[in-house]
Design a protein around this ligand. Structure first.
Ligand SMILES: [Zn+2]
Length: 382
């Protein structure tokens, strides 16, 4: 009786899931596809995969179909697939890897003017449970023979070799920046691959039409205080990181990206992470050396994003530099919450009036007094 009740609940759940998404296409299983020998298992796999895919193409996947301890890994794959599920889904392959697990390959395809069009080909790991299947990204399966290195709150996964000194510094800086911004991320787990071609396959993507012809080097997701990053260095199996970029990434974890004033964040990165191997003191030295005008029109230089680097190929921008001076002052006088407010001033050139109103509120500097006040800040530089 109990078994029947469980089955009824299961089928009711499946039915409900299917009826939410009447627009999504049903999974096609062509006659030549080899399914598991046990017909109950085969039927369950096809039905649950169908529910999983229909829910994914429509919104989000029902949690009962996701492998519980691999939610972040699976969401990383799902987030990439969600916008590529056009046409009709076809089951391509069900490959058993042990008694209860299968690597399941699916393609989203269509035909236009008798020409086949492929939108996506991807793999999921299907794990048989007592009454159903749960699905996950094959990331952990694909990297099961990899090595691991823990430092501070970072865990590095790599196939062959890792630059331990660089990894330690990376972990230290992640901890420092996350502490500065009071980030809720407790662990950062990085899977570092050494070439662009293989790295999408690690998470389960064989092909996505949207990525045709371009290489992506990083997938990242934050779930339950944990950040998961899959990244390709393209220069060998070691960590090859840029401190300035790391600062930008850690800020983007804690503040809404759409509202960020990128030049303000970049200015803070000059101050706390340097730029292209130069630290803040070197940036200041370059700035003073290149500053030749007696009474510069700071507002014009600021709005025009003038480059003061020695080489035109490098970019040291006056806007970012002045922002760094503002951030330094605000951090000393009012703390991180006021700094965050400065960073959340969006596209300041298109909202100049609002921008200067916020700047005035936080720093006391307004558009009219800008030149005089920036002069004071520059004079204070040692
Ligand atoms: Zn920057």
């Amino acid at each position: 009786m109990k078994f029947m009740r469980v089955l009824k609940i299961l089928f009711a759940t499946l039915l409900a899931a299917v009826t939410w998404n009447s627009n999504a296409q049903q999974l096609t299983v062509q006659p030549h596809i080899k399914l598991p020998d046990d017909t109950l298992t085969a039927g369950l796999l096809v039905r649950t995969l169908d529910v999983f895919l229909q829910a994914l193409s429509d919104s989000s996947v029902p949690l009962q179909l996701v492998k519980f301890d691999e939610k972040a890994e699976t969401e990383l794959l799902c987030a990439e697939l969600r916008n590529s599920m056009h046409g009709r889904p076809y089951l391509l392959n069900v490959a058993p890897i042990n008694a209860s697990q299968y690597i399941v390959q699916t393609a989203y395809m269509d035909a236009t003017d008798n020409q086949p069009v492929i939108y996506a080909v991807f793999e999921l790991l299907a794990t048989r449970t007592r009454n159903s299947f749960v699905y996950s990204s094959p990331l952990l399966w694909n990297t099961r023979a990899w090595k691991m290195f823990k430092s501070s709150a970072c865990i590095f996964h790599y196939a062959d070799t890792l630059n331990m000194d660089a990894a330690k510094l990376h972990a230290e800086k992640v901890a420092e920046f996350d502490r500065m911004f009071d980030s809720s991320i407790k662990t950062t787990e990085l899977f570092l691959d050494d070439n662009m071609v293989d790295f999408m396959k690690l998470v389960g993507i064989d092909y996505l039409a949207a990525y045709n012809g371009y290489s992506r080097s990083m997938f990242s997701i934050v779930a339950d205080s944990r950040q998961l990053i899959v990244e390709s260095s393209n220069t060998g199996s070691y960590i090859d990181f840029d401190l300035h970029e790391l600062f930008h990434q850690r800020v983007e974890n804690v503040l809404p990206v759409a509202l960020l004033n990128k030049d303000m964040v970049c200015g803070a990165a000059y101050l706390y992470a340097g730029y292209k191997g130069m630290d803040w003191n070197e940036i200041v030295r370059t700035f003073k050396y290149r500053l030749t005008e007696k009474k510069p029109d700071w507002l014009a230089l600021y709005m025009d994003a003038v480059n003061f680097a020695f080489s035109e190929k490098d970019y040291l921008i006056v806007t970012q530099f002045i922002n760094a001076l503002l951030i330094k002052r605000v951090m000393q006088e009012r703390g991180i919450e006021a700094v965050k407010e400065l960073m959340l001033t969006g596209d300041f050139r298109n909202h100049r009036h609002d921008f200067f109103r916020t700047i005035y509120k936080i720093t006391g500097i307004n558009e009219k007094t800008f030149n005089k006040d920036v002069n004071m800040l520059v004079k204070e530089l040692k």
